[in-house]
Structures are given as C-alpha cells and as structure tokens.
Design a protein around this ligand. Structure first.
Ligand code: FAD
Ligand code: NAP
Ligand code: SF4
Length: 683
C-alpha cells in the first residue's frame, strides 16, 4: 500500500473511478478561456492543460463545449458535433496524458443563456441576463438535443477524453427544464417534477450508452439554485439519486444560477462557504461526490474532505493562479502557492468581455506559449525602486530567470497599496498575495532594502552601494489626487490613506468624493464594524439570504438579516452614469448591492461647491444642498509618482518605468503585475 501524504492525507488519497485511478482528490473545474475559439487556440490550450497536469491535479475538466449550434455560448462559441472537429481536441488530450493527467470535456448547452438569437429553452421565457428570448424546444427538438449530447460524448471519447461533464447547473438548459419557473410546458417534458427531470436523466443514459462502462460521466447537479422558485431540497435529492441510477460516475456540486443576485465565488464570499450542501447530499449517493466554490488553499480542501463534506474537491481559478498547486501541496510547501484571490479581474471579467482569460496574480495563465520565464544567458545587476505589485512582479520574475536583483522601498514592509487594499472587509485574500511575494523574494534571493527612500542622487553617487547597476526599474506607484475644491484644507477632509492606513478617526456621517474602486472600498470599510462578514459565514449567509437549513425553494431565506452600518455614508461622483458603473464586470453588482444593504446613498452628477464647518456643499442639476457630514473622504483618483524617473532619465539610459509610476489611469494590480513580468523577460 502506498504511503499517505504526511501534510494532507485526505487530499492525496487516490480514488478509483471505474478503471481509472485518480491520484488525488482534486479536479480542476471547468473554465472557458477564450482559446477554444481562437485560431491556433488548441495548441495553446494543450500547453495550458499540460502544465496543470504536470502540476499534479488528478482530473481536469475543460471549458464548456456545446453539443449543437443552439447550445453555443455565442455564435462562434465552440461545439463538438462532427468527426472533423475531433482532431484539434486530440492535441489537448495527448498533452495531458503525456503529462500523466486525466481530462474530461464539459458538455454545455447554454439554453436561454446563449448570447445569440438562435437560443432554445424549455419555454420561451427570456432570462434577466440575456438580450435574446429563446424558442421553446419542440418534442422533436428535445429528442434531437439528447442525441446531440450523446454524439458529443462519443466524439469526446474518440478525441481521447477520459470522460465528460454534463453541465446540469448554473441555470443553463438542463436547469431550465428542471425548474418550474422556466419550464411552463404542458407536455410530458413539463408539469410535474418527474417530467421536468426527464431531460437530464435521458441525457446521462444516452451518454452512457454512446460511450462505455469505463467512461467517466460527471454530472454537475444544481444543489442550490439561489433563485426564487428554484428546486426544493427533496427535489434535488430525488434528481441526484436518479442521475446516479442513469449511469453517472461522479456527481459535482453546482451553486447558484448565473442570474442569482447572490455572490457565490467573489473574494468576499467566505472560503468553502457552500460545502455544507454537498455534505447534505452525500448520504443519498453511493458514487463519489465533488464539492466546490471558494476553496483556494490545500488546508481548506483537506478540512472539507476531513469533515466528510465530499469525496473530492473542485478548484478552478486556483489553477489559473498556480499550475503547480498540487505538487507544492504534496511537498508540504503551501506557502509557495500563488493563491487565487477570487478577484475575477483577469479570468471571469475577461471571459465576459470576450478577451482571453488570464490571472491577475499569474499573467502566464493561458499565455504559456507566449510569456516564458527561461533562464537568461547574461545575468545583470538590477535595482528596483518600489515594492508594490509592479516592482515585486518584476523583482521575482527577473531573479527567477537569473538576474541579480535588489529591491528598495521607502516603507517598512513590501506590498505598496496591497497593504491598504487588505484593510477592506472582504479583501482578506490580499494578505495571501503579499505572503506569496515575500516567499518568492526569499526563495529567489532578492535583496530587499526597506525603510529607504531613494532619490536620484542615490544612483549618481559613485561611493554608495548603488554603483554598478546594469538596469534601474522605477516602480514608485502613485500619489492620491487632491481635487480643486474650495475648503479642501478643512479639518473635516481626510484622504483615503489617512482613513485606511493611518486609521484616523472618522465621524458618524461621511461623504466620499469619488466612486471608483477605492471610493467603494472606503464605503465598505466605513460601513462595517468589527470582524468582516467574510470570516463569519453565518452572518454572511444571513446578509445574503442563503439558508443552510434549506426550508425554502432555491435554498433562500425568506428575508435577509442585515447588520446595520455604524455610519451614514454618501458616495458621490460627477459623472452622469450609474454609480459604480466602472467596477468589475462580474463583481460590480455585488459591491453595489453590499453598499445598498448598508443604506449608502449613491449620488451622481454631483458638483462640489465648497467644504466648510457645515459640511460638503454640492449642486446636482439645479439643486444646491449641503451634506452636513462630520468628514469628507477623498477618493478622487490617482496621479503618477514619476518624478524619480523623470530626474534619472535625463542622465541615465538604463532606466525603466512600470506600474502606477508609468500610467496611473485605470491602473490596477493586474496591469502592474503583468507589466512587471513582461519587462523582466524582455530586459
Ligand atoms: P504601489 O502599490 O503604489 O507601490 C509603489 C511602492 O513604491 C510603494 O511601496 C512605495 O512605498 C514605493 N516608493 C515610492 N517612492 C519611493 C521611493 N522614492 N523610494 C523607495 N520606495 C518608493 N487593484 C486591483 O487590481 N484590485 C483591487 O481589488 C484593488 N483594490 C484596491 C483597494 C485599495 C483601497 C487601494 C488603495 C488600491 C487597490 N488596488 C486594487 C490598486 C492596486 O493596489 C494598485 O493598482 C497597485 O498597487 C499599483 O502597483 P504599483 O506597484 O504600481 O504601485
Ligand atoms: P478611479 O476608479 O479612477 O476613480 C476615481 C474617482 O474619482 C472617480 O469616481 C471619479 O469620478 C473621481 N474623480 C476623478 N477626478 C476627480 C476630481 N478632480 N474631482 C473629484 N472627483 C474626481 O480610481 P480609484 O478609485 O482611485 O482607484 C484606483 C485604481 O485602483 C483604479 O484604477 C482601480 O482599478 C483600482 N482598484 C480596483 C478595485 C477593484 O475592486 N477591482 C478596488 C480599488 C481600486 P468622477 O470623475 O465622475 O467624479
Ligand atoms: Fe483568481 Fe483573480 Fe486570478 Fe481569477 S484573476 S484566477 S480570481 S486571482
């Protein structure tokens, strides 16, 4: 018998599924990357998946592939229906198998979520998140759809996949048949629950018949719809049992329809917040069960398995962040894992904007054939000024490829603005990013010099330790913008740094000038007291009306239980549009809703007239008023802090500038990290 892993014994326990030995308990969950549709994308996908298989994950699930035209995500979305389409998939399966991994293809029929006018569903009811009204499938159409799933699975087997995942959750076609609010049919595919679940049962049976007894069929079961009139718990159990009987090999957990207004994976969701629902399902099944959502660290996964919540754990985004996640866990080095901070900024936000998916903390994700950290033939001595994400990313990448790097920062800690971001309730994951950078600086032997503000003279002084640098990288970040408003020097006025970093006292009523990412974060900070909801799952579930006792359909509480804000807060912008319109595509709505819970008053079209003892005087349209607040907090954007670069570049040629110091507009950690890594490989 093989020895169990001393660090994570449950996580590294092998599991037999038919005649397949899964080497550990982790699957890489399905993620659409955008490479599926790109010319030459399958070659890039092969390298992306190969690195994850080499990194030790037991089973990979691909992004969703449609079984027919109507089921495509978009008009040019990927589909597997014809034998000529098999060849390109083989590049992927061969790469994964050569690396000792296993891979299943997800079959996804989007139903009414399709972003094209040919969408179909159980009934002709438009979803709230799609512009297209679907056509109700005819009975012939339903039978054809079942055949299409079977054909797709057969072709997937031919392409070398070890199995398929039938996507039955997140509100896609299968879900639309199961739930009465989207299935108003009066024939044998609608009406009673037993009719509404005929489609998934028939699909799983047909897929099994079209393949063989050793083909892995994962069924993603919607265990918690999180929408009004979703499935009841008894219905979920009945379906799970029926799906097992129909021939599924593994049941995966699906949480929340895409149209649900409850966050399920963003960074403010407590880690492993939904595994209770898998645990509730487990006694009803005899096949392996996978649990999921906001599991991003090996100790969390181990805990979930030890609790008996499930037999396996699915992580998706954590494998964008770090392909070697499992190998590092197996070696007992969790501190070296580049942790997914659940920001969605480079993954889901990109997918929803039709851009190639990547990762904020790992710009190589999905760019494995383009951005390579190969060892340099000519090591150089490099100085980096500024240990924010841009400087850190440059320093660790440059040292990894063989350069000799010294990193300077004026502060007594590395991280730059990440140290400010981590103060925000719901942004606790930023601590992980800083921890990772610290460990990488150590492991790559970067010399770190803190408490040292660098001036231009430093590099000109022949006697100082500054001599002999081949390259100088300026990553000095930004300075907050101070708007030109009468009375801006009034003692009521505070900068976001005074509030978040210096922890200056803030009164009971506050006006925030500027409603960008930082304005929203400051509002979040000021409307919370005590421990963050993210570390109090019960309170989080109360706030978002998630009901672990599952008394009502969809797993929703009848009413949310909200904690009151300790302050009255106004959040203002000059623009005419919706306040918060510029926030992340897939996360902005959660920030807006969270502040609505705290009764934050969001005002657009604000003209700032003056600040005095009375408060902040504004005009909106023709109406002038005074917000009689105790404090006004400035979150009015940022300006480049590039004077060091400007001074140096007039006399030195080997000086480069990155991050906020380079361009402050629309700067975020994603851009800073990417720019740092790209400069390091090109220098
Ligand atoms: P900075 O992080 O500003 O780092 C610059 C560093 O240079 C500092 O450590 C500073 O001490 C040092 N320095 C400056 N001058 C000198 C000198 N002369 N000598 C030595 N050292 C010097 N981004 C996201 O992507 N997602 C988020 O969710 C997010 N949330 C945020 C929340 C808040 C509250 C804040 C304030 C920012 C947030 N950001 C977020 C923005 C993100 O942190 C910045 O875009 C990023 O830190 C910019 O990186 P940088 O390396 O260019 O600069
Ligand atoms: P920002 O998003 O550009 O917002 C700046 C705000 O200030 C805007 O609301 C702007 O709105 C206002 N403003 C600009 N000039 C002004 C002036 N002269 N007077 C008054 N108001 C003015 O920048 P930020 O909030 O400072 O954030 C900095 C960066 O950090 C952003 O680029 C962001 O990507 C990143 N960040 C991201 C997150 C995240 O969750 N992803 C969170 C925090 C920060 P009006 O012009 O309409 O008034
Ligand atoms: Fe995770 Fe953010 Fe990277 Fe997406 S972009 S994988 S959420 S760290």
């Amino acid at each position: 018998m093989s020895q169990s892993n001393p660090h994570y014994p449950k996580l590294f326990e092998p599991l037999m599924v038919h005649n397949h030995t899964l080497k550990n308990r982790v699957i890489m969950g399905s993620m659409h990357t955008g490479l599926e549709e790109k010319k030459g994308g399958f070659k890039r996908l092969a390298q992306y998946f190969r690195e994850r298989a080499e990194g030790g994950v037991a089973l990979i699930v691909t992004g969703g592939i449609a079984p027919n035209f109507a089921g495509r995500v978009s008009p040019f979305g990927s589909q597997l229906s014809f034998p000529w389409q098999v060849k390109k998939h083989k590049i992927v399966t061969d790469a994964v198998h050569k690396a000792g991994g296993k891979i299943a293809m997800q079959i996804l029929h989007t139903g009414r979520y399709a972003y094209h006018p040919f969408s179909v569903s159980a009934s002709a009811i438009k979803s709230p998140i799609s512009p297209f009204k679907p056509k109700a499938l005819s009975i012939r159409g339903i039978k054809k759809t079942i055949k299409d799933f079977a054909n797709c699975a057969k072709l997937a087997k031919k392409a070398g996949y070890d199995g398929v995942e039938v996507m039955g959750s997140e509100g896609y076609l299968i879900n639309q048949f199961i739930v009465s609010k989207t299935n108003k049919r009066t024939d044998e595919w609608g009406g009673e629950f037993k009719n509404r679940i005929k489609l998934p049962i028939a699909i799983v049976k047909a897929v099994r018949e079209a393949t063989d007894e050793n083909f892995i069929i994962i069924y993603r079961l919607s265990m918690l719809d999180l929408v009004e009139d979703g499935s009841s718990w008894d219905e979920v159990v009945e379906l799970g049992i029926a799906i097992e009987k129909a021939g599924a090999s593994i049941i995966n957990t699906g949480i929340g329809w895409h149209e649900a207004r409850i966050p399920t994976i963003v960074t403010s969701v407590p880690r492993a917040n939904f595994t209770w629902v898998s645990k509730k399902m487990k006694p009803h099944l005899s096949i392996p069960l996978i649990t999921t959502n906001r599991i991003n660290a090996p100790e969390v996964a181990e805990q979930v398995l030890s609790n008996g919540d499930a037999d396996m754990v699915s992580m998706a985004r954590p494998f964008l962040a770090d392909a070697d996640f499992m190998n590092k866990a197996e070696a007992g080095k969790p501190e070296t894992i580049n942790t997914c901070i659940a920001c969605n900024q480079a993954c889901l936000d990109h997918a929803f904007k039709n851009q190639i998916v990547s990762c904020l903390v790992n710009p190589r994700a999905c760019f494995e054939t383009e951005l390579n950290y190969s060892k340099t033939d000519s090591p150089q001595k490099i100085a980096v000024v500024g240990a924010g994400p841009a400087g850190l990313s440059f320093a660790i990448t440059a040292s990894e490829i063989g350069h000799n790097v010294t990193l300077f920062d004026a502060s007594d800690e590395i991280g730059g603005q990440l140290n400010v971001a981590k103060q925000i309730p719901g942004k606790e994951e930023f601590h992980e990013m800083i921890r990772y950078f610290k460990v990488m600086l150590r492991d790559n032997n970067v010399e770190v010099v803190l408490n040292t503000r660098i001036s231009a003279d430093f590099f000109k002084d022949a006697d100082s330790k500054s001599t002999g640098f081949d390259q100088i990288i300026i990553a000095t970040g930004i300075t907050p913008r101070v708007p030109d408003i009468a009375g801006i020097d009034h003692p009521k006025v505070l900068s976001y740094l005074q509030v978040l970093k210096e922890k200056k006292p803030v009164g009971k009523s506050v006006a925030i000038i500027g409603a960008g990412g930082i304005g929203f974060d400051v509002a979040e900070f000021l409307t919370h007291e005590g421990e963050s909801l993210t570390t109090r799952p019960d309170a989080w579930n109360d706030e978002w009306a998630v009901d672990p006792s599952y008394e009502n359909r969809g797993g929703l509480k009848k009413q949310a239980i909200l904690e009151e804000s300790p302050r009255e807060v106004y959040l203002l912008q000059r623009k005419h549009g919706k306040v918060g319109a510029g926030l992340g595509k897939t996360t902005g709505w959660t920030h807006r809703l969270a502040l609505k819970h705290k009764k934050v008053k969001m005002l657009n079209r604000a003209e700032y007239l003056k600040i005095d003892d009375q408060g902040l005087h504004i005009r909106i349209g023709d109406e002038e008023s005074c917000l009689a607040v105790d404090n006004i907090v400035l979150c009015s954007g940022q300006l480049t802090n590039n004077h060091l670069y400007q001074e140096l570049k007039s006399t030195i040629s080997n000086v480069h500038i990155i991050g906020g110091a380079d361009v402050a507009t629309e700067l975020d950690a994603k851009r800073a990290i990417k720019q740092g890594a790209e400069l390091a490989v090109s220098i």
